[in-house]
Design a protein around this ligand. Structure first.
Ligand code: MTE
Length: 332
């Protein structure tokens, strides 16, 4: 740095040379990213925006949900964020139909207020939480996660929420609690997909308690800086970035702590195809197709070059030790 000596003999920089603290801080973060090798040669789009303290694109369609960028290791991927339009029009939400475009067309029927979530089972302090209390329970963070669907496509989405562990701590699980079951909304009046028997309703998902407590397991209330669109699981959903997308239950109404492994909707529908763990694992094929590669939505059409799928969807450093000693071919 060039140090100038002023006319009065003191060394002080010109006003124009003083870096505002916010810019200085974000430069330091950028340097840290580079030092960690995280930014890499392709420091593109989101990485620069994040390093410079800018937030995800705000589409301006729904109510804003302000959030600070998460500081949890691994919580902000540097990859290009998927277009909001793609993330909100190519969805799986079978309660509104099995076609990718059905949720965007039908989910306006979903009534998201009033909304509450029953948190019960093997806990010391069971409670029913209203959505407003849940929104305020912990500071909202912005996290940019890859979401990899078992069908072989993926997206990169800036979610807003906080670690599910913040809610888990509130209810104080008993020593006997080993699993967490997530039950989602099933309202035949607003969800036309319930007429189909493709899945058993309500949609149920489950995690082991240590998976649920992992800091990357997100209770999400928003995306792209705004509240969740209905088709993406309003008013709150789960996002478990190292597992196939179907583990991320939408429009949660009940969270129950159990001693035994919950029977999940996809496992009940096709036990040989969808195991309890459902960790993203390129080495374990789906019985009907390979899981070795994926198509990133927005990167050209069906014939675009596919990406290699990463073990645990790229979150191995953060979550690999949860599965130490397990045979992931058997426990898929
Ligand atoms: N949650 C409910 N309640 N119903 C569903 O059909 N689909 C799952 C998951 N959560 C589903 C659900 C699947 S298969 C995927 S890939 C993700 O939601 C898709 O989330 P997205 O539409 O926000 O990308």
């Amino acid at each position: 740095m060039l140090i100038r000596t002023g006319r009065d003999g003191f060394q002080h920089p010109l006003a124009s040379e003083i870096t505002p603290p916010a810019v200085y801080e974000s430069r330091r973060r950028l340097m840290r990213l580079w030092a960690a090798g995280a930014a890499g040669a392709a420091l593109a789009g989101w990485a620069q925006r994040e390093a410079l303290g800018q937030q995800a694109p705000r589409p301006g369609k729904l109510a804003p949900l302000p959030a600070a960028t998460s500081q949890i290791p691994g919580a902000v991927t540097m990859e290009k964020v998927t277009d909001y339009q793609d993330a909100t029009s190519y969805n799986n939400f079978y309660e509104f139909g099995t076609d990718k475009s059905d949720p965007a067309a039908q989910a306006h029927r979903l009534v998201t207020r009033p909304w509450s979530v029953e948190v019960d089972g093997l806990v010391r302090k069971p409670a029913r939480f209203g959505i407003e209390d849940l929104l305020a329970l912990a500071p909202q963070e912005e996290r940019v996660y890859r979401l990899r669907c078992v069908e072989g496509w993926s997206m990169v989405i800036p979610w807003v929420g906080y670690s599910l562990s913040r809610l888990i701590d509130r209810v104080e699980p008993l020593g006997s609690a080993k699993y967490v079951e997530f039950v989602t909304q099933a309202d035949p009046k607003t969800m036309p997909g319930l007429r189909s028997s493709v899945l058993e309703w309500p949609y149920v998902e489950g995690l082991r308690l240590d998976e649920a407590r992992h800091p990357l397991t997100l209770l999400a209330f928003g995306m792209y800086g705004e509240v969740l669109p209905n088709q993406n699981g309003a008013p709150l959903r789960l996002v478990v970035p190292w597992k196939y997308g179907f583990k991320s239950g939408k429009s949660l109404v009940r969270i129950r702590f159990t001693e035994t492994e919950p029977r999940t909707a996809w496992h009940k529908a096709a036990p040989a195809e969808y195991g309890f763990y459902s960790n993203v694992n390129p080495a374990v094929d789906h019985p009907r197709w390979s899981q070795a590669t994926e198509r990133r939505i927005g990167e050209g059409g069906l014939f675009a070059k596919r990406r290699k799928t990463l073990m645990f969807n790229g979150y191995e450093a953060q979550v690999g030790q949860l599965y130490a000693g397990m045979d992931l071919r058997k426990q898929f």
